[in-house]
Design a binder for this molecule. Structure first.
Ligand SMILES: [Zn+2]
Length: 105
């Protein structure tokens, strides 16, 4: 089971959360083409590696936040609040929301 660090509540078990899909998907302008609209609705990244995702702490504070998770190891690399700039996992400091690494392993 994943241990996910909510930015407001701290580290909790995965079953307190709901996955909300890929984060940082930008809605196109209303005058976009059908292809652009279809891409917005149906195309998502599916990397073997770092994936940026939205999670909802549904059994806690009921707030959305973003997670950078490795899709092979499931390690959560970063957690950051909605509205914060998308961090680069290669250059960012590990999130304080995750708690000490020794507590998660
Ligand atoms: Zn929470």
């Amino acid at each position: 089971m994943l241990q996910i660090g909510c930015p407001w509540c701290g580290v909790r078990d995965e079953d307190e959360f709901r996955y909300g899909g890929q984060s940082h998907v930008t809605r196109p302008a209303l005058n976009c083409s059908d292809a652009e609209w279809a891409d917005y609705l149906f195309s998502r990244d599916n990397p073997k590696g770092v994936h940026y995702e939205r999670w909802l702490h549904i059994s806690g504070c009921n707030r959305w936040f973003n997670v950078a998770r490795h899709t092979v190891t499931h390690e959560i690399l970063l957690v950051y609040r909605m509205g914060e700039r998308k961090p680069d996992v290669a250059t960012s400091q590990r999130s304080d929301y995750l708690g000490p690494r020794s507590e998660r392993e």
